[in-house]
Design a protein around this ligand. Structure first.
Ligand code: ZN
Length: 394
């Protein structure tokens, strides 16, 4: 194979397998991440007097349900004022400048002019109603609009017993529930470009396509020195074998009872510094490839107990080359949580664990520069932000 292909393959390999590597981030990144205001949900009805009832379902399903005190919709556009700069506007809207520029097709950020109308993320192709006479009576989304790295929950109610199926951003996902109503957990990849993505619901021989405006998350950026990463990441065969082993686990979809009637709890009983948040971008050594950090790094003292955030079954408990002492829990229906770099493991494959049960102890095994728990969550094969699933992120 040619050199170009080799380098492309190498870049792909790095993207695929480095994503989970954890390091304790520099002091500048320490401190708890900002907790977002409660996001809104969105309900679509086939008719003004459409069927209700899914709110009560929503109230008992993780991740966190729609709030009765949902915030008003964010502003949809902004008119550039004299003296404005793109970065200043982006900062006030809690966006990064590159996202705002991309959303408005602006190649040169110096080109914004007073009087110009800028599109903001909330404006992207918001669906307002379901097609009348179609197969769906009601659709509810939470959160709305979804951000990169979140789990988008979609509740569906069909007009008749139609067993709907769902695809989002080109991937099919299972619908849990009965013939007439159910819900799907749609992972929004952290590296999925912001902008409209198609949600296609098929039911009763018909399809309904809705445009979902994926909003850019705000992610910090870091660089990992080569002397830290290369000794492990240079061994590409071992790194790839580990990634393949984990990907096979995350592709599972067991019928375990899961915990639809409970929020997840924190895996730690003590306050932790969030030293590398989920979704932060990083590069390793001299390689310019931007990699997503696919978990949340929680820095606490070595030996701190690591606790199951919800009931599940242990599907991996092993010393891994890159991730150190590792445990993966299967919570059922494509929901997995993962615990890397521990100094000790207290469970074994096949164990059934309950909420709060000790899984092991925080350590610094594998590719890690200090004691911390890398907590990772996968939903239907995609890494998502685990903090969204907590009762109260901390
Ligand atoms: Zn990490």
């Amino acid at each position: 194979m040619g050199k170009r292909r080799s380098s492309k393959l190498l870049a792909g390999l790095l993207l695929a397998v480095l994503a989970a590597v954890c390091l304790v981030a520099p002091a500048a990144a320490q401190g708890s991440p900002p907790v977002d205001a409660v996001p809104a949900d969105l309900v679509l009805l086939a008719a003004p007097q459409g069927e209700g009832g899914l709110q009560s379902d929503a109230a008992i399903i993780s991740p966190r349900p729609p709030s009765a005190a949902a915030l008003p919709a964010p502003p949809q556009s902004y008119i550039v004022q004299t003296g404005d700069t793109l970065s200043a506007i982006a900062g006030r809207q809690k966006l990064d400048a590159a996202t705002l520029a991309a959303l408005n097709g602006i190649a040169n950020s110096d080109q914004v002019q007073a009087g110009q109308t800028l599109r903001l993320p909330g404006q992207a192709a918001r669906p307002s109603a379901l097609p009348p006479g179609g197969p769906l009576a009601r659709v509810q989304f939470w959160p709305w609009p979804p951000k990169q790295g979140q789990t988008l929950v979609v509740w569906l109610r069909a007009a008749a017993a139609l067993s709907p199926t769902v695809s989002f951003a080109g991937q099919a996902y299972p619908v849990l529930g009965g013939d007439r109503q159910g819900y799907a957990l749609l992972p929004v990849p952290g590296l999925l470009p912001p902008g409209p993505q198609a949600l296609i619901v098929a039911a009763g021989g018909q399809t309904v396509t809705l445009s979902i405006p994926v909003v850019a998350g705000v992610f910090e950026f870091g660089q990992v020195p080569a002397e830290v990463s290369d000794p492990i990441l240079g061994q590409t065969t071992r790194v790839q074998a580990e990634a393949d082993r984990l990907a096979a686990i995350w592709a599972g979809n067991s019928s375990l009872p899961w915990t639809p009637h409970l929020r997840f709890r924190s895996p730690l009983d003590v306050p932790a510094q969030h030293t590398a948040p989920f979704g932060s971008r990083r590069t390793y050594g001299a390689d310019p490839t931007i990699v997503e950090h696919t978990g949340e790094d929680l820095s606490v003292a070595a030996g701190t107990p690591v606790l199951a955030p919800a009931g599940g079954r242990v599907v991996l408990a092993d010393l891994l080359f890159e991730r150190g002492n590792a445990v993966v829990l299967d919570h059922g229906h494509g929901v997995f949580t993962c615990y890397w770099h521990m100094r000790a493991i207290d469970v074994k494959v096949g164990d059934t664990v309950s909420t709060g049960q000790k899984l092991g102890e925080v350590g610094s095994t594998g590719l890690s520069t200090g004691p911390h728990l890398h907590w990772e969550m996968h939903v239907n094969g995609v890494a998502v932000d685990p903090l969204q699933w907590l009762e109260a992120p901390k």
